[in-house]
Write a protein that binds this ligand. Structure first.
Ligand code: NAG
Ligand code: NAG
Ligand code: NAG
Ligand code: NAG
Ligand code: NAG
Ligand code: NAG
Ligand code: NAG
Ligand code: NAG
Length: 415
């Protein structure tokens, strides 16, 4: 099917419905769970007598290191209900209700029990204490849209269980969220910037995908908040894809023009590239870019003849699959711009591995405009299923396991 047709017919009819759940993102309250984790086992691990300051340095074991030759993004999802999920939904008090699918009534839970297994090697077992040790006196920041916020929350949930109450906090300073591990002087942060470059959608809560105007050559207002951050993880895709043309400025701030999305995306990434080249010190800062998170809006793409979406899908796709929602032209642009960069940026090419996971979206067990779906909306998955965002625990945990493997790999290069 030609891309243009795909855009016109599908994006205009389906994207607005699901994307409107992005509109009031920032108003999504933190669900402060009354459930407290049982920490007796943690206190044994976590030496508080010296405030955690004099712990031995991170020991990177041989099995923690992924081999140079292993492509960790190629592999398969393996059923593993013994080790997965890596944390429980109800024991992580920092999840927003957009991601807590079980609590929101999702009847099946198989989606939590799959482990990503690369073909050529084993991913190191995620060790929250090692992450915190690597982040000691450092900041890690996830920058992007609500999908990136999901990855941020996943990372927070993956590490927070080893930190006792009172020694961790989550602060909201729009457009940021900051998780702090006090005794490590470490922070894991999130920065809302759905286009990476500046746009009229940068307000943390008052934004809508229906009105887009991107300032393709402006990044400084965001960039000043990214300066000096030790580990930066960028992502930007789905907001671009709402319609094939986008209003944007380039050069003169008053001259708003319609741009082809692919052309605009390239210009925005070039602006980002220039910012990195003049602001990043590669010796002390690490930069990652997440490739597009796939959507599962049209079941006919994996189940020919059907006319549904990700709703009621309980198993990953077996075998080769790539949905039309993951635009290859955008992928090419990413490839080009990363290739031109004078500093090294690690591409986290998670698109293919996530493509298999039609089962792992929030579907009708997420929220829309900051509210859980009503019973009536749930009964109408064709209009209301969210096949963009992911349940947590879930797929973003695997992205973070891979990120963890890269951090370990680079660890000796850190100052
Ligand atoms: C916490 O775990 C310990 C040992 O694992 C157990 O003895 C204790 O009853 C648990 N406490 C709660 C509140 O579950
Ligand atoms: C784990 O999966 C196996 C195989 O599907 C099943 O037999 C077993 O009951 C499951 N265990 C739990 C704890 O769910
Ligand atoms: C705490 O971490 C910040 C960076 O996140 C650093 O600038 C500061 O020096 C650290 N404080 C101490 C006491 O090491
Ligand atoms: C949201 O932003 C628009 C302009 O971008 C403004 O007109 C409107 O008053 C704002 N709404 C709130 C509730 O702040
Ligand atoms: C661009 O902006 C104009 C004026 O605000 C608006 O009428 C038009 O619908 C927008 N076009 C696109 C492609 O968003
Ligand atoms: C958008 O640009 C791409 C190449 O950059 C081109 O293939 C495509 O036809 C353009 N689409 C429109 C609507 O101009
Ligand atoms: C979900 O799928 C199962 C078969 O996989 C089917 O039996 C069931 O009726 C479906 N549920 C709904 C609500 O469509
Ligand atoms: C990411 O991986 C896919 C295959 O999984 C490949 O087609 C694509 O070119 C890769 N992207 C980049 C930017 O290298």
């Amino acid at each position: 099917m030609p891309m243009q047709f795909f855009f016109e017919r599908r994006i205009q009819t389906l994207f607005p419905v699901v994307l409107s759940s992005l509109i009031l993102l920032g108003t999504a309250r933190l669900v402060l769970d009354s459930l407290k984790i049982n920490q007796s086992h943690i206190l044994r691990l976590y030496d508080r007598s010296d405030g955690g300051r004099n712990r031995l340095p991170v020991i990177v074991l041989p099995e923690d290191r992924i081999e140079e030759t292993c492509n960790v993004f190629e592999g398969e999802w393996v059923w593993d209900n013994v080790s997965y999920p890596l944390y429980q939904e109800e024991s992580c008090p920092y999840l927003v209700k957009q991601t807590t699918c079980q609590k929101n009534g999702r009847p099946d839970s198989y989606y939590k029990n799959w482990r990503w297994q690369p073909h050529g090697c084993k991913l190191p077992r995620f060790d929250p204490l090692k992450v915190l040790d690597m982040l000691r006196d450092k900041r890690m920041m996830f920058i992007g849209d609500s999908l990136q916020r999901g990855q941020f929350e996943s990372m927070v949930c993956l590490v927070q269980s080893v930190i006792p109450e009172g020694k961790k906090s989550l602060q909201r300073i729009p457009p940021m969220k900051i998780f702090r591990a006090e005794e490590f002087n470490a922070s894991i942060e999130y920065y809302w910037a759905p286009f990476i470059v500046e746009s009229i959608s940068d307000h943390a809560t008052n934004h809508t995908v229906h009105k887009r105007m991107v300032k393709l050559d402006s990044i400084a207002n965001h960039g000043k908040h990214w300066q000096g951050v030790d580990i930066l993880v960028f992502e930007s895709y789905v907001w671009w894809m709402y319609k094939p043309l986008i209003n944007a400025t380039y050069g003169s701030p008053d001259n708003v023009q319609k741009y082809n999305v692919t052309a605009a995306y390239r210009l925005a990434l070039e602006t980002w590239k220039d910012w990195l080249e003049s602001n990043i010190k590669p010796q002390t800062q690490k930069v990652f870019f997440m490739s597009m998170s796939p959507t599962h809006l049209w079941s006919w793409e994996w189940k020919p003849g059907s006319d549904e979406n990700c709703f009621n899908e309980s198993y990953p796709i077996q075998g080769p699959y790539w949905g039309t929602g993951s635009n290859l032209e955008i992928m090419k642009i990413l490839h080009d711009v990363l290739g031109e960069l004078k500093i090294s940026v690690t591409l986290m090419n998670i698109t293919q591995l996530s493509e298999y996971r039609k089962d792992a979206h929030t579907s009708v067990y997420g929220e829309r405009k900051g509210k859980l779906l009503t019973k009536e909306q749930r009964a109408n998955p064709k209009s209301f299923a969210d096949c963009i965002h992911w349940c947590l625990p879930g797929v973003p945990d695997a992205w973070n396991e891979i990120l963890y493997a890269y951090l370990l790999k680079n660890y000796q290069n850190f100052s």
